[in-house]
Design a protein around this ligand. Structure first.
Ligand SMILES: Cc1cc2nc3c(=O)[nH]c(=O)nc-3n(C[C@H](O)[C@H](O)[C@H](O)COP(=O)(O)OP(=O)(O)OC[C@H]3O[C@@H](n4cnc5c(N)ncnc54)[C@H](O)[C@@H]3O)c2cc1C
Length: 429
């Protein structure tokens, strides 16, 4: 199940498996955007840091997502965030999300990482006439609460911008974010981190974790790492048995992507979809889609309960059906790639940057399918904090990471949520 990203990223980063006994100041578990950004920030401040990943660099969500470097990371709505934390903290959280996009843009520029960055701005397309009013409400909130200069687009505006989707009679353009090739970004970042002194180990799943004498002892199949502090950056791939401290606190959720063969300019024009902007529809169980530089359409959706290979054909067929309904001119064009991955939900629908135990275990988890930007800046801020810098974070990001009530029922909660969201989406709510 190789991704288009893996097929087009060029050479990978050679990260050997850990062997023998290694000592460092900090161990980062997970070499995605969170872990690599944290490790880079630490190494730049002279901290001796090792990164351990269960797979090759790029195996996790960071190397296989949709490449939307955009606002987000919480699933809790803005009105709910404002109610819970007040407008001032909500504004600080929004400002951090914008800064997170800027952080990625700056990383790419500063290190000459060519990650095929596309045009600025993210577009939401109404999937239902009832959802058009919802976009107007969202635009008003973004303008009034956060001063965002966003544009409501009519059907004619969408057609003029090359954004014609069968269901869409309206759209909302938010002028933040840009699409990128996530694996090129991740591999480039891994090379930068290694050049800064980070020791990177792939194929080194942490399978044992013990405390003794003020040290953490992490065990992999081939070796051990002894450190004073640990960063947990394992997102949707966090195993329940990694540490009792994290058990029951995350709900892994599947996201699924198909990529078509390259579509010619005439084929794109026949649909009226020619823009390289990143787009999503207004469903709760949303679809996200964008044209790639060579004319392929990347089309993704959250959903599916089982990650087993047996469940893949049904999910792929569902994506192809949805694509044909939303883009009739692209029906049956041929799908070259299909893959899936895990993202992480938390009980309070917020991302969490914090520490556990005696302050020696740090984490950044819970991106709700939107971590390209926030995992990057959040990881860097976590690294800076560990290196002793004062880092001022908004309240929505720093709440204690709650445990799910009755964690063994998490899959049931998900089924119920999917059923409710599916019904709401059909009614346009
Ligand atoms: C299909 C898909 C599409 C998505 N699309 C988008 C998008 O377009 N825009 C967006 O903003 N977000 C998107 N996301 C979410 C985004 O990719 C993630 O939020 C983000 O990459 C999280 O980064 P991370 O570094 O925290 O985790 P990851 O990149 O998932 O890295 C975690 C790493 O931890 C490692 N690991 C786990 N357990 C262990 C262990 N015991 N020992 C060692 N290593 C371990 C894993 O191997 C993995 O590499 C998508 C996710 C998926 C799956």
């Amino acid at each position: 199940m190789d991704s288009w990203w893996a097929a087009s990223a060029g050479p990978g980063v050679d990260a050997p498996a850990l062997t023998g006994a290694v000592t460092a100041e900090v161990a980062v578990i997970g070499a995605g955007f969170t872990g690599l950004n944290a490790a880079l920030a630490l190494a730049r401040r002279g901290v001796d840091v090792v990164v351990l990943d269960a797979g090759a660099i790029g195996w996790g969500a960071s190397g296989r997502n949709g490449g939307f470097c955009c606002l987000g990371s919480a699933k809790l709505s803005w009105p709910a965030i404002i109610r819970r934390f007040g407008l001032a903290e909500a504004r600080r959280f929004f400002t951090l999300q914008v800064a997170a996009i800027d952080h990625v843009r700056a990383l790419l520029a500063d290190h000459a990482i060519d990650a095929d960055a596309g045009p600025e701005g993210e577009i939401t397309l109404a999937h239902h006439t009832a959802a058009e009013a919802g976009l107007a409400v969202e635009a008003a909130l973004l303008r009034e609460a956060f001063g965002v200069d966003c544009d409501l687009l009519s059907r004619q505006d969408l057609a003029a911008r090359g954004l014609a989707m069968a269901e869409a009679g309206a759209g909302l353009l938010v002028p933040h974010g840009f699409p990128l090739h996530p694996l090129k970004y991740q591999l480039g970042l891994a090379r930068v981190a290694r050049a800064a002194g980070v020791a990177l180990y792939g194929d080194s799943a942490v399978t044992g974790w013990a405390r003794a004498g003020g040290f953490h002892h992490l065990a992999t199949a081939g070796g051990t790492v002894r450190v004073r502090r640990v960063v947990v950056a394992t997102a949707g791939f966090t195993r329940e048995d990694l540490s009792p401290a994290f058990a029951g606190r995350l709900l892994p959720v599947l996201s699924n992507i198909i990529v078509t063969r390259p579509l010619s300019p005439d084929e794109q024009a026949a649909q009226g979809f020619t823009s390289r902007h990143m787009c999503a529809d207004s469903r709760r169980l949303l679809h996200y889609f964008r044209l790639l530089p060579d004319g392929r359409l990347l089309f993704g959706a959250r959903g599916g309960i089982s990650a087993s290979p047996e469940a893949e054909p049904a999910m792929r067929a569902r994506l192809e059906r949805d694509l044909a309904r939303m883009f009739p001119a692209f029906a049956g064009v041929g799908i070259d790639y299909f893959w899936r991955g895990l993202t992480d939900l938390t009980f309070d629908l917020l991302p969490h940057l914090g520490m556990m135990e005696d302050g020696s275990v740090h984490y950044l988890l819970g991106f709700h399918g939107n971590g390209v930007a926030m995992a990057s800046l959040g990881g860097a801020l976590l690294g800076r904090r560990l290196a002793g810098e004062a880092v001022d974070l908004p309240a929505p990001l720093t709440q204690p990471l709650p445990r799910f009530p009755f964690p063994s029922l998490r899959q049931t909660y998900l089924r119920l949520a999917y059923a409710a969201y599916g019904l709401g989406d059909r009614l346009g709510r």
